[in-house]
Design a protein around this ligand. Structure first.
Ligand code: PHE
Length: 326
């Protein structure tokens, strides 16, 4: 009998060491202490033990009983603590993780980028706080020039502005890279505007610039037509209208024919033109040898058209009910 008790103890110690979770421990409790458990059976067998041996055997069985009970309880306490420490409430229903997605403006920007990357353009960028020189002067918009009124500027200081367009990236790029230059520059721009459905004090533009020998307005039209068709569908119609920008000469605006339930109409999509020779001179590129074109258009505007959105503020409210639709 003594050996039997000893053996059972060894067996239990191996079992509890091998138990990995609460379910294993509970199975051990039933195996050893349950109604038909191994330790329970030992106590029941006491009646077969010779009376003079009973005190010793009885004590051994009690000790084993206590040892098994305490060991099992200790393991159960541990389990409970780790679950509580981890903040696990096993009665809660399961949670499905929410899958994130890119902001609709980021999606449109990436789509535009992909189109131009395929056409051999590189991506350039510049800071949102710009010098007066890069944002205006070098782009042939001197101080007091009436064109400064076209862009309600937010000034940081006499010499620093929140860039009013992505065109200063043209200057930055041409100051450090000589032709051929083929870049696009998407980014955030700022203007002093009161927010409403179609205005926001900040929005996003994409700039394009190509400078090389023998570049003409025809190249500009070709690239922009390809871009619009890729972006809005193969049967998209565009037209170029004469316009004015100090940094391009001649200048144009490109409109796109847009059909809606209210009928079709021309919508202005971007400004463009041949880089003004004065701008090339300002960055040290010889206008006798090189010519180029540039364009700049609103990314938010393209997203509004593409998705049929009626309020630009939706892009900046961060309302998940809106954002999750993209
Ligand atoms: N920078 C102009 C704007 O913000 C757009 C433009 C860019 C026009 C490049 C011509 C060439 O409206």
């Amino acid at each position: 009998m003594k050996e039997e008790i000893q053996q059972l103890r060894t067996q239990f110690e191996a079992d509890i060491a091998a138990a990995t979770d609460g379910r294993d421990v509970e199975a051990l409790r039933i195996k050893y202490l349950g109604r038909n458990g191994l330790v329970t059976a030992l106590s029941r067998n006491m009646k077969h033990v010779a009376p003079q041996d009973r005190p010793v055997i009885g004590k051994m069985i009690n000790e084993l009983n206590t040892l098994v009970r305490d060991a099992i309880q200790a393991r159960k306490d541990d389990e409970g603590e780790t679950q509580q420490e981890a903040g696990i409430d096993l009665t809660l229903p399961g949670r499905t993780p929410r899958v994130g997605r890119r902001h609709p403006l980021t999606q449109i920007r990436d789509e535009i980028k992909q189109i131009f990357l395929r056409l051999g353009f590189a991506v350039a960028d510049g800071p949102e706080v710009e010098t007066d020189f890069n944002n205006f002067e070098a782009l042939n918009i001197p101080k007091l020039h009436p064109a400064r009124n076209m862009q309600d500027t937010l000034y940081i200081s006499e010499e620093l502005v929140l860039r009013t367009h992505t065109s200063p990236v043209q200057i930055r790029t041409m100051l450090k890279q000589k032709p051929p230059v083929r870049i696009i520059a998407p980014g955030r721009v700022y203007r002093r505007d009161t927010p409403d459905a179609s205005h926001s004090p900040f929005f996003h533009q994409i700039e394009g610039l190509l400078v090389d020998e023998g570049i003409s307005m025809g190249d500009l039209k070709a690239i922009l037509s390809v871009f619009t068709k890729e972006m809005f569908g193969a049967d998209t119609k565009v037209r170029f209208r004469p316009s004015y920008f100090p940094f391009t000469e001649p200048s144009a605006e490109m409109d796109m024919w847009w059909e809606s339930d209210k009928g079709g109409r021309w919508l202005e999509l971007l400004g463009c033109g041949m880089v003004n020779p004065k701008v090339l001179e300002n960055v040290g590129i010889d206008p006798q040898r090189y010519s180029g074109w540039a364009f700049g258009g609103g990314i938010d505007r393209m997203a509004i058209l593409k998705y049929g959105i009626n309020d630009i503020r939706l892009f900046f409210d961060n309302d998940l009910r809106f954002l999750e639709q993209f």
